[in-house]
Design a binder for this molecule. Sequence first.
Ligand code: NAD
Length: 483
Amino acid sequence: MTVATVQNFVGGEWVDSASTERLDVVNPATAEPIAQVPLSTREEVDRAVRVAQEAFQGWRETPPTARIRYFFRLKELMEANFEELARTLVMEEGKTIDESRGEIRRAIENVEVTTGIPSLMMGYNLEDIAPEIDEECIRQPLGVFCVIPPFNFPTMVPMWFLPYAVACGNTFIIKPSEQVPLSMNKLVHLMDEAGFPPGTVNLVNGARGVAEALMEHPLVKGVSFVGSTAVAKQIYAKAAAHGKRVQCQGGAKNFMVVMPDAVLERTVPALITSVYGCAGERCLSGSVLLAVGEAYEPLRDAFTEAASRLKVGYGLDESSQMGPVVSRRHKERVLSYINKGVEEGARLLLDGRHVEVKDYPGFFVGPTVFDRVNPEMTIARDEIFGPVGSIMRVRDLDEAVEIIHASPYGNAAAVFTSSGQVARRFQYRVQCGNIGINIGIVAPMAFFPFGGFKDSFFGDLHGQGRDAVNFFTERKIVISRWF
Ligand code: NAD
């Protein structure tokens, strides 16, 4: 079977990459290739950056009120193509159709927030900083920015950055994850249809080589990265060494604390969605349940029972509640963690290693539950990024917080309780960027910044909302006096 190779979009034109190096894009449910992605060359990156730089002057001089009209059109096009975008996501990434719809909705919300740029981008001023002397702070765009996103949210993650960058007057290059380039390809087709001037938005396919060429390019002003911590650290160092503005979101290990006074019948469904939603391939996925005292037994039983009822299947089947993981390699990685958990003595209450889905030979792993996990075990420390939940019994809130703080990650943590005092203590003390109070997934909403602490984030300004406006603009001070 021959499949099409995705194209690059540079200077308003769809072009074939000159590269002969290609990778298969594989549907994780069918295990069949559905496209090929080129690993574009350094020269192609250079051309895209130059084209984006040339487009910058005209675009930054376009009034913000005119710039956002393209985003109003884009929003309409995304709504009109909503189902097609969601279905493409299912086919390249594996998540269920409902999860894909959620992702597209989050992407659209970022476009919506961006249409407020004329207000969000305003500076501020003060008259009479000295007699008859005034001072103002102006925000200006900087030039060419790029995004290097992960595989798990191919549409939403780039949209934490792109709309803000472009609406603020910068130009932009997307390098999609080489595993999942198709939904972004469709989205850029919609941007093309929305009529963004040539060169304002560009798409260059590839993997590490393209990412490095972007970071090393003297005309690139800034880099937004989201992915694993190991790569985040490398990118942060490399981009900084090349003088770029940089924000790097890394991996995660998220702990969910369940207090004895938690409302169990509401807590368990929230935990199930957190641990098994998107097959556990979310940087916000719950991974370790810290059951406090008396909460332990009822939680263990209800959680394991609910997990065992999840229907695993192809994401395009509306009745599926959990799809496959993204690739054969990733499935092997998740299975090796389950094997490790068994070897290290955790008790396997629900084993997802041998799940099969009729007619679909893809990369399925069933919901897996470990009990009697302790903080030293590998499954309690490493990011697994698969549908594996671990249960650990702890004495009290203090011990739970100690365990959370021993992790190098700090992306998200949640507490389930009926006590306002416990909730307040939790949000006050816990060193994570996203805290859930009776919420299992602290979803990134476009009007708030999104990012973690510790090894889950390198930089200071996060994606989305006002942080994004700060990241994509430079503050200029003007002091004036008129004689
Ligand atoms: P990854 O780090 O393997 O790849 C991310 C991106 O970096 C891809 O576009 C890839 O092509 C590129 N890349 C890979 N190696 C590179 C290198 N050495 N130099 C330059 N570029 C390189 O991550 P992934 O497997 O695609 O995504 C999963 C990870 O992303 C998980 O760790 C997850 O927690 C994390 N994630 C974090 C957030 C967050 O907000 N913190 C959100 C989503 C995903």
